[in-house]
Design a protein around this ligand. Sequence first.
Ligand code: PLP
Length: 401
Amino acid sequence: MSDLQSSALARVKPSATLAVTARARELKREGRDVIGLGAGEPDFDTPENIKAAAIDAIQRGETKYTDVDGLPELKAAIAAKFKRENGLDYSTAQIHVAPGGKAVLYNALVATLSPGDEVIVPAPYWVSYPDMVLLAGGEPKVVIGHEEDGFKLKPAALDAAITPRTRWLILNSPSNPTGAAYTRGELEALAEVLRRRPDVWVMTDDMYEHLIYGDFEYTTLAQVAPDLIDRVLTVNGVSKAYAMTGWRIGYAGGPKPLIDLMRKVAGQTTSNPSSISQWAAVEALNGPQDFIAERGEAFERRRDLVVSMLNQAEGVRCPTPEGAFYVYPSIEGLIGKTTQGGVVIDSDETFATELLNEAGVAVVHGAAFGLSPYFRVSYATDEDTLRQACERIQEFCAGLT
Ligand code: PLP
């Protein structure tokens, strides 16, 4: 295998979140009673009007290649979305559409990284960022956002991490895995640092924009610091907001020279995303939006339930995040304890493994996201299941000695 694998791929780890989901599925197939809290997708179905638009596209014969980086109709819908929801003026020539947010990010990295170029990745990070950077030939530079700072990147830490080789900063708000979201003031403070560092570009991953709770005001960097817009790529997609993870449509707005380079990458690799999914995304963005708020209320109830129940688990401390559908509790208080099965918890990885083996709950260990000792819970599942899972976690923790 080592002979077959390229040197670029040899630097990459398989996705830990996909591995947990696969392991949970395997145990279920063996007949074990397992609750999966590992997956990063809404449990809700894609809304009916969006499905109908896809069926209609098939029947109209919209089944051929489209422009490599998106149908003009979809780019127009995305430009209108950026204007309506973010106050951003992107022309259709400044928009890139690809098969998922993942492909958008990857196209941008491949388009711009040369060997040795650095990308600042604040931790806890979404598992794919460092590995995508490696695959694209760059070097991830991880900067920790500590729990006492809400898991967010501080301006001084950003400043200290920048070198002459820094090409990008990746900023993800609300965050996968912590659910933390940056306030306008926090973005302004980061922008202040970036103004002094004109060679650094910023990718904002706004995938969870619509999953924001309470009276938190969502903003994105390009909106807060319009003077930086010529070096910001604003990444978003329909996967999470519209429960369309399987349709594979992500998009971004950015400076035209960068968008042109990203089109060049897509033109020699994936070509256009599915024409049918693109028509579905047109309907998602142009159609009724009220279900987003309704689903948001359900997610907020789930967040409150999970935070409260996990804080009642012995040795667990669970901060209340602003958005997304994840919480990131600390298990600092459990390190060194022994499970009923006789295993000493020496890391968050051991904790997650034994929680699955002994209590039948699948979560992802914090080391996969670059900050230990924590674990990630996805609460994108119904309240009864969440209650049951949290009870199991409480019992597991209470049984430690
Ligand atoms: N960005 C973040 C932070 C994510 O959590 C995900 C999906 O889990 C993505 C991007 C990728 O989204 P997509 O499914 O559209 O590729």
